[in-house]
Design a protein around this ligand. Sequence first.
Ligand code: GLU
Length: 318
Amino acid sequence: MGAQYTGRFAPSPTGPLHAGSLVAALASWLDARAHQGRWLVRIEDVDTPRCVPGVDTVILQQLAACGLLPDEPPLYQSQRSTHYQTALDQLVAAHLAYPCACTRQDIERALAGRGQARPRHGELVYPGTCRNGLQGRAPRAWRLLTGNSEQNMPLALISRAPIAPDLIANNITHWTDRRLGPQQQNVEEAVGDFVLKRADGLWAYQLAVVVDDAAQGITDVVRGEDLADNTARQILLQGALGLPLPRYMHTPLVLGANGEKLSKQNGATALDTSQPLQALEQAGQVLRLPAGLPARTPADWLQQAVPLWAGRLKLAGD
Ligand code: GLU
């Protein structure tokens, strides 16, 4: 892949980096360097109510303290609304996105009527109520049309997707994760028509990430395993928008003392970058890099880690 490679780390500025987020940042940096590629940082500040002012600067400082310096100034999603709107317009024009008037209560009611009100990761599978129009109700959000399984037809977008025809067969999206191996999901069944623009007017993560990965020429997405479940949705969107598909690798998660994934939400403590070598060493162990690299500075540690990562890729035939 050589100089063609562009990777990225895309933190949401909802809190400082913790030990788990450093693992994803380090893996994406190492993978980019092992491919002689570029490495970018994108601040994903679309969900403004969850963003903490000033935390973007803290994150960039934490990365810099660990020697992880982006090759370009970071991109801020809060500046990119017009691009997301253009993408939504394109989907609407292609009849692949539609307005939705449903409240959470409406969705719960519709699902209960079908005896299937089970939330999935706290989210309800959208039953497609507004696919056939708003029935006089006011539009709230915009959703992607994920399939047409009632007629047992593959997704309407397949024909225009610049992706291998076997990637979406019988409405099932297939992809191969560089670490987790072959994956598949029927997005329509597992998630339903998902939100592109929220009822509060904010852009949804799925749309923003896909538009920006393409705009930044990202060839390889390397991120935490907790995000793997989003990949099929993102592949559908890339297909619908005619965007190139990056490769994906999802990295191991760091578990807290309670055995749960370390996350800002469950109160993970901020990464202590006063000891950057120790932080890198710990993140490296999660990525199964050898312990005790004889390094004096973060830059030195990283320089030693790159050939180890590259060697492993070679072994894996990557
Ligand atoms: N902004 C997302 C997060 O911090 C990551 C998005 C991505 O890497 O695709 O969880």
